[in-house]
Design a protein around this ligand. Structure first.
Ligand code: HQG
Length: 176
């Protein structure tokens, strides 16, 4: 694919992610869905483009309600208060949090906070966590003792595409 095409698709994907995760002006339907007709009428998407973006997204960020493709939602990452029906699950023994080096000192003091999102996001692999961290600057990866958190009764949710979420990670569960 030409670089220009790739950049354009990334740009559209980011716009869609914003509209499905953070748009406080929209009254989301039950379980975090947004009407495809709204995206078409008010945000310049075509149905075909939405089909492509949902089907080809590198992280499986989006999903339609069903084959009719009338409703679409993001699978994780929201700041708007919606319930996208994330199932609770027992995490692997270790999870990773990718962040920027400059945040580490503060994280060691306060733990990992969800900041503007509904949950703290954790990755299943170091590779994935590095990518997440790079979004904020020079990346670093924190190792989370998810087994101990789980044994201590802390709940984890997991999205269909394998992103793990929890309310808060106390500093005592973080191994650098
Ligand atoms: C940091 C993307 C200082 C935290 C990713 C992070 C993910 C603290 C930033 C998903 C802190 C929040 C979420 C503390 C947390 N002191 N800094 N006490 N506690 N932070 O973007 O995890 O690609 O809201 O480390 O891949 O980076 O868009 O969270 O650096 O899965 O699909 O505060 O979003 O998904 O940043 O990313 P974010 P995140 P997509």
């Amino acid at each position: 694919m030409e670089n220009e095409d790739k950049n354009y698709i990334e740009e559209r994907s980011k716009t869609l992610a914003f509209l499905l995760r953070h748009d406080k002006t929209y009254a989301f339907l039950e379980h975090g869905y947004r009407d495809v007709n709204d995206l078409v009428a008010n945000h310049g998407f075509t149905k075909e483009e939405l089909r492509e973006l949902v089907a080809t997204d590198d992280k499986g960020r989006f999903e339609f309600f069903n084959e009719q493709q009338l409703l679409v939602r993001a699978r994780y990452g929201h700041s708007v208060k919606v319930d996208v029906e994330l199932p609770e699950a027992v995490p692997p023994a270790v999870l990773y949090h990718g962040t920027a080096k400059r945040f580490v000192e503060s994280i060691q003091q306060q733990g990992i906070l969800k900041m503007s999102r509904l949950y703290v996001h954790l990755s299943a692999t170091v590779e994935e966590a590095i990518k997440v961290g790079k979004r904020h600057g020079e990346p670093t990866v924190l190792e989370i003792d998810a087994r101990r958190m789980s044994e201590d009764g802390i709940r984890f949710l997991v999205s269909r595409n394998g992103v793990w979420m929890t309310e808060f990670v106390d500093a005592k569960y973080i191994r650098k």
